[in-house]
Design a protein around this ligand. Structure first.
Ligand code: BES
Ligand code: MN
Ligand code: MN
Length: 465
């Protein structure tokens, strides 16, 4: 695919090639462990996954490998300090995965990985076991071929998919152990296999749950219908009123802190290769939908959202039951952009939601986990090293892009450890993360393993200047 002539095979490249089958088999082994952090039924499996990863780090040659306990699942830690005078790269990733539901939509079982058409199908294949494990195998390869050019510390957590609630505390308690120069993360996407990119921003998250209560019990919808508030109807009206006809969010003050895009920002984003027809075709939609006045790239990367993630109440079983329900609920998430804050947004939401409720219902609003949005620098040594590494392996300079997803801990790395992150991801947006049939290309897995050592090399070289 690449037109760049590959340089003479190096011992490192040779090592990766010789061991590629084993590198894949080991990942498949990890993918068989259903480490779903959201569901306590999987607790033994999440712990088993932490143990398995610990063994893999030891086998790869890391020192001081241990499971560091937290109030939740342990952090898998390991390091290799070759020379304290050299820079230290902290690798972050997560070993937990999203629930696999809906199970019936998987073409092969979520935790029985298969390789089909050059892709690994399994929950966590891309997010984030596959991407995290590229780092372990790149590390092993560098170590075995005497190619490791700086110090490495691994910090792989097991609660990312449930909001990393205990990781901030872990950072505070382990500041000394986590001393380093930069955080390296592969948990994002590239634009396409022939269009490399590096995310330079992530959205934040504010996740709310609302409950609307009408009468004190479910009622006969004929006897009482039309005379008593139906909480599902009311909830739907309330949710609908939170956006206007331009899909602007109507919560007062919601946009106050939103960093406006400059003309240059918009011009840069407009250059992002993006094919709207392919996008619609992939999702099987007739048209896109979003905030007026912004492109799709701008909408996902630079604008906040308000989305219902789940809604329930009343009768949803077989047949028809005439009922005026007592309660209705919804889970509502807001993706945030710089410089919005999740705490302030939760307060604005709560106040507004209460204010628009009619007197005929009672309201309960609760806040779930959140996270702050981030922008990462493009003028840093680390970004330049990542860019140079990807340019070499893809044969094209990566384009800086903004990721629409969230990795809440990135803002805390900056706040607590004072460290900036580089988001050198290798997935694709079409890898179906969090969805049925999640997959990760073998191309992407091996591209990651090949690119990561170059990041270390250039980061060390460029840090010296
Ligand atoms: N790896 C994703 C985040 C991501 C994906 C960022 C693609 C950019 C591009 C991460 O595992 C994730 O799913 N995060 C959650 C955070 C939440 C559970 C607190 C998210 O974004 O919903
Ligand atoms: Mn992830
Ligand atoms: Mn995820």
């Amino acid at each position: 695919m690449s037109t760049v002539k590959s340089p003479a095979v190096s011992p490192l490249k040779d090592y990766i090639k010789t061991n590629d089958k084993r590198f894949l088999d080991e990942l498949l082994e990890l993918l068989r462990i259903p480490s779903v952090s959201a569901d306590s039924k999987y607790k033994p499996d999440v712990l088993k996954m932490a143990e398995a990863l610990k063994s893999k780090l030891v086998a790869a040659g890391a020192d001081k490998v241990e499971l560091v306990p937290t109030a939740g699942y342990p952090v898998v830690y390991g390091e290799k300090i070759i020379d304290p005078k050299l820079p230290t790269v902290l690798v972050y990733g997560h070993y937990d995965v999203q629930p696999a539901d809906p199970l019936n939509l998987w073409t092969s079982p979520a935790f029985e990985p298969v390789v089909k058409d050059g892709k690994i199908y399994a929950r966590g294949s891309c997010d984030d076991k596959g991407q995290m494990y590229m780092h372990v195998k790149a590390f092993e390869s560098m170590l075995k071929t005497n190619d490791l050019s700086c110090n490495v510390k691994f910090m792989i957590e097991g609660e990312e998919e449930v909001g990393s609630a205990n990781l901030g505390q872990f950072l505070k308690e382990n500041k000394e152990r986590l001393k380093g120069d930069v955080i390296l993360i592969s948990d994002t996407s590239i634009l396409a296999n022939d269009v490399p990119s590096i995310d330079v921003g992530l959205r934040g998250l504010c996740y709310m749950e609302v409950e609307v209560t009408g009468p004190n019990r479910d009622l006969h919808s004929g006897v009482y219908g039309g005379a008593v508030a139906n909480p599902i109807n009311i909830l739907c009206e309330m949710i609908a009123s939170m956006k206007d006809k331009n899909n602007h969010i109507t919560i007062p003050g919601f946009y106050d802190d939103v960093l406006q895009l400059s003309k240059e920002d918009r011009a840069d984003l407009a250059k992002t290769p993006f094919n709207i027809e392919n996008y619609k075709k992939d999702l099987d939609i007739n048209d896109i939908h979003g905030e007026a006045g912004f492109s799709t790239i701008e909408r996902t990367g630079t604008r906040p959202t308000l989305d219902v993630n789940g809604i329930w109440g009343g009768y949803t079983g077989e047949g028809a039951k005439t009922v005026l329900p007592s309660k209705a609920s919804a889970k509502i998430s807001m993706r945030l952009v710089p410089n919005q804050s999740s705490e302030k947004t939760a307060e604005l939401f709560t106040n507004y939601f209460n204010s628009i409720a009619p007197n005929s219902v009672k309201i309960k609003v609760t806040t779930h986990h959140g996270g702050e949005p981030v922008l990462t620098p493009t003028d840093s040594v680390a970004f330049k090293a990542a860019s140079k590494a990807m340019e070499e392996t893809f044969g094209k300079k990566p384009i800086p892009t903004r990721g629409g997803g969230s990795i809440p801990i990135v803002a805390l790395f900056e706040k607590i450890l004072g460290l900036k992150s580089v988001l050198m991801g290798f997935g694709l947006d079409t890898d179906a993360i969090h969805s049925p049939n999640e997959h990760f290309g073998l191309f992407n897995y091996y591209k990651g393993i090949e690119t990561i050592p170059l990041f270390y090399k250039y980061y060390t070289e460029m840090s010296k200047k």
